[in-house]
Write a protein that binds this ligand. Structure first.
Ligand code: ADP
Ligand code: MG
Length: 348
């Protein structure tokens, strides 16, 4: 065992030191929210981060409380200590038009194709094309250098990168492996030529040491199982797995002996109803039974959550936690989540 393995490390440290962060997870576990908080954490202290949405759902606009976003990199969030997060809502059609322009100077032709519905047609009949355009957009942003005009050939450059990091709010775990494995998706589409080369370059970035796929889960069986399956699939593709982000964590309401007692049969009903009676409440027996039910349900949930957490720990990836915020997630809440990630060692 090397010396480095003994040194205590912040759990998020090692695995978040990447330049492309792909955030996946079961639908509804908080991918969009966590991706935004991660982008903010990575930008903190003067960084420049791009947050890309690829599912055309305008989830970032909803989260930020703004009208639908165009296909444009916009500075939209400021991070603690002076960093910035630019936001891009990517869609395959716009990415194809941009691709045609960048590689062939074909803006006008592309627009004509678009008017004819050809772009829509192409990306609908060839879902592999759609995915390679979206991953291509993110990987282009990863490779982009400062000061350079965006162009297809990135000649070796000594300029620093335009973005310190790119965070992708990616498709859910059920689709993530296929989405990222653009090489094989495009294989049936183009064996040679520019699309093939493009796919190879995209795959090179995705498989590089600078890319990590992070999994968002909550402490429930199904999302944890999807995390387990997703990690296996992504690893099998030779893509690096980053951290597991356990979202919406609720603190237990009882102390340890209380939890044990409540889970194993619930509180003493007689004592409880006597207490309620003494307090002058009506129907103390009925109230006591209802309360005891709630307490027992809570204790059982805590027990289940612990089991799920142990299962997630067994995956051998760093576990980062984010609390369940009452009242949902607005910009202030997002700041708080970003700080929690920084506290757990997330940095560029
Ligand atoms: N830590 C949290 N605390 C409270 N609400 C959250 C938290 N994370 C996400 N949410 C809420 O859960 C819902 C789903 O989150 P979202 O990020 O859109 O998930 P996904 O992108 O995986 O579908 C949203 O309403 C969001 O505001
Ligand atoms: Mg989402």
């Amino acid at each position: 065992m090397s010396e480095g393995e003994h040194r205590p490390q912040p759990p998020g440290g090692a695995s978040t030191k990447a330049r492309l962060h792909i955030v996946t997870g079961k639908g509804g576990t908080g991918k969009t929210t966590v991706a935004a908080a991660l982008a903010q954490a990575l930008a903190s202290g003067g960084g420049r981060v791009l947050l890309v949405e690829v599912e055309g759902r305008q989830g970032l606009a909803t989260l930020l409380g703004v009208p639908p976003l165009p296909y444009e990199e916009r500075e939209m969030i400021s991070a603690p200590g002076g960093g910035t997060v630019c936001v891009l809502a990517a869609d395959a059609e716009s990415a194809l038009l941009e691709y045609l322009e960048m590689f062939y100077g074909m803006r006008r032709a592309g627009q004509a194709l678009n008017r004819l519905g050809a772009v829509d047609f192409a990306t609908t009949i060839a879902p592999g094309l759609r995915d390679v355009l979206l991953t291509g957009k993110a990987t282009e942003a990863v490779r982009r250098r400062r000061g350079a005009r965006r162009r297809a050939s990135d000649a070796p450059s000594t300029e620093p990168f335009h973005y310190d990091a790119v965070v992708m709010d990616a498709p859910p775990t059920g689709r993530i492996a296929q989405f990222l494995n653009v090489n094989s998706e495009v294989a049936g589409l183009a064996r040679a030529g520019p699309i093939r080369n493009h796919a190879d370059r995209v795959m090179e970035v995705i498989r590089s040491g600078g890319t990590r796929v992070h999994f968002v889960s909550v402490l429930e069986e199904m999302p944890a199982q999807e995390t387990r399956d997703g990690i296996a699939e992504i690893s099998a593709l030779g893509i690096r797995v980053g951290v597991v982000l356990v979202n919406m964590v609720r603190p237990p309401l009882l102390d340890e002996p209380g939890l044990v007692a409540a889970a194993d049969g619930g509180p003493d009903l007689h004592a409880l109803s006597a207490g309620l009676k003494e307090a002058g409440l009506d129907d103390p027996e009925e109230l006591a039974a209802a309360l005891a039910g709630e307490v027992r349900a809570h204790a059982l949930r805590v027990r289940l959550e612990r089991r799920v957490r142990i299962g997630l720990e067994d995956l051998g990836r760093p576990l980062l936690e984010l609390p369940l915020l009452e009242g949902g997630v607005d910009r202030a809440a997002l700041d708080l989540l970003a700080r929690r990630l920084i506290d757990q060692g997330v940095r560029r």
